[in-house]
Design a protein around this ligand. Structure first.
Ligand code: VGL
Ligand code: ZN
Length: 233
């Protein structure tokens, strides 16, 4: 076989994927894997239904990204977002806080605990950064970029821009909270944002999943499936 033919053979799957309109993540793109932590997985204190199903898919998707960032919900004991910090309140009820409405959660992702650890099934050795959020005792942070007061920044924005990243693809838990808030904030900060729907699972309390998709759509977040990506080529 000639050199040219051998070469054509090796790029043929890529050419086919691109011909089908699939997206091939480039060097100015990062995959942001949100909160794949034990607390959010079956058996955890704030388990997201079927959250474990996305782990093999995320591992596969991550292989096609040169740049990967992981996020980690990282609360202080007695965090303001915990129902247990508000006498008489139960998980999934809401309260008013100085920065706005706050849904109250079961205690979860307490700093340094096994529940807060990133699940061992996540196999992305080339991930470059783990960004922690929600460590401010009095302010929650669903978003990987900006805390719930809309002001305090985590630094992820500066990191991505400093590395020349222009678009992010988001996968993980939970679709309607940390995934949605991270993707909409990315738009506010001038990044392109894609949410890979089948690589996420939602909590869906009080209609939160539908609301989140509406908000993401309004913000210009693109809703895609893993099959829209050129994987393994
Ligand atoms: C999350 C609720 C509370 C999330 C974090 O990762 O989506 N949800 N803390
Ligand atoms: Zn949290």
């Amino acid at each position: 076989m000639s050199q040219e033919l051998r070469h054509a053979g090796c790029i043929a799957p890529l050419v086919a994927a691109l011909a089908q309109g699939k997206i091939k993540p480039g060097p100015d793109t990062a995959l942001v894997v949100v909160d794949v932590q034990n607390c959010f997985l079956p058996g955890g204190s704030l388990a997201v239904a079927k959250g474990d199903e996305i782990i093999p898919l995320i591992n596969r998707i991550a292989k096609s990204f040169q740049n990967v960032v992981l996020t980690q919900d990282w609360h202080t004991p007695g965090h303001i977002s915990f129902a247990s910090s508000h006498p008489g309140k139960k998980p999934f009820e809401s309260i008013k806080l100085p920065y706005g409405n706050q849904i109250l959660w079961p205690d979860h992702c307490v700093q340094g605990t096994e529940g807060a650890a990133i699940n061992k099934g996540l196999d992305i050795p080339h991930a470059q950064l783990v960004i922690r959020k929600g460590y401010n005792p009095k302010v929650d942070s669903y978003s990987a970029f900006i805390e719930a007061d809309g002001k305090l920044k985590t630094g992820l924005d500066g990191y991505l821009k400093g590395r020349g990243i222009k678009s992010i693809f988001v996968a993980g838990l939970a679709t309607d909270f940390c995934v949605a808030w991270s993707a909409t904030d990315a738009r506010k900060l001038g990044l392109d944002a894609y949410v890979i729907e089948d690589a996420c699972r939602g909590i869906d309390t009080q209609g939160s999943l539908a609301t989140a998709w509406t908000n993401m759509h309004k913000a210009g977040v693109k809703r895609i499936q893993s099959t829209d990506l050129a994987l393994g080529v």
